[in-house]
Design a protein. Structure first.
Length: 278
């Protein structure tokens, strides 16, 4: 995938892109970046794949200083970026916070989402999870934590959220350097203090009325976003749910083949619902 930057609403917005065709937008969560999708994107078939970076995350951590980086705000940034890039409509896939961004985008900008894929996503009142709440509550102290503290905290999150040690180690080396290069613990505290489940609760009643193709895939052993929330989303969205037995939270990194299969299946559903003109 190639890295791109465009200034939108006077914010440098970044994304990774590959392929060609109708767009599929992938949105990461916390404490990750577009590289979350590095093993998924190559498996998405015959599409322009864009892994968008949330403002204030990854390489864009500096853009989060003194700016609203709530999940609701991210949905607004995503919509503005789509407009700037000439993307009228796309299949949108989200994990963790990115799943909340995708839900809000689909609810608030229904013309922009042709299909919705969610995997171990925040939703309803499921978040922030206790460990994130603790960071937010003690942020005034933690933001002054010494170098290396964010890496240790991420190691804890990945140990709970990944299936295997090899995946945990790879994720740590993929995502931690962005915090170490930009603000360290202060960046993580800033992210956690922006989180409020009022953002997803505000669109909860809209989900059953979206009327677009949707699919869910869920790690059944996720301690952060538990299986019952995936089942609730599936009911509200009238969507099939693929249960990943033994899977934990970071499904795009642990189970990229399954995630790509579900996104490709959603693409076929979208095409069937709205076949291209000939």
């Amino acid at each position: 995938m190639q890295s791109h930057t465009a200034r939108v609403q006077d914010i440098p917005m970044r994304w990774e892109e590959s392929g060609s065709g109708d767009p599929v937008i992938l949105v990461h969560g916390i404490p990750t970046c577009p590289a979350l999708w590095r093993h998924v994107a190559p498996l998405i078939q015959k599409r322009r794949v864009l892994a968008w970076e949330m403002v204030g995350y990854g390489s864009s951590i500096p853009e989060g200083r003194d700016r609203d980086i709530s999940v609701a705000a991210q949905a607004g940034y995503l919509a503005a970026w789509m407009e700037d890039q000439g993307i009228a409509r796309a299949v949108v896939a989200g994990h963790d916070l990115g799943g909340g961004v995708a839900q809000i985008l689909a609810a608030r900008h229904p013309d922009k989402a042709s299909g919705l894929f969610l995997t171990n996503a925040i939703c309803y009142e499921s978040w922030p999870v206790p460990v994130v709440k603790a960071v937010a509550a003690t942020g005034s102290i933690l933001k002054h934590a010494p170098d290396g503290s964010v890496r240790q905290f991420m190691k804890l999150m990945f140990s709970k959220g990944h299936d295997a040690a090899e995946a945990r180690a790879e994720a740590l080396e993929t995502h931690a350097p962005y915090y170490e290069a930009h603000d360290g613990a202060e960046a993580f505290v800033r992210q956690t203090q922006s989180l409020d489940n009022a953002d997803t609760m505000a669109v909860a009643e809209d989900l059953p009325r979206l009327g677009i193709p949707a699919r869910i895939a869920w790690g059944a052993e996720d301690e952060f976003q538990t299986l019952d929330y995936g089942e609730r989303l599936a009911r509200d969205l009238k969507a099939p749910m693929r249960r990943i037995e033994g899977g934990k939270h970071f499904t795009p990194e642990d189970h990229p083949q399954i995630i790509a299969e579900e996104i490709n299946a959603l693409i076929r559903e979208v095409e069937a619902a709205d076949p291209p003109a000939r």
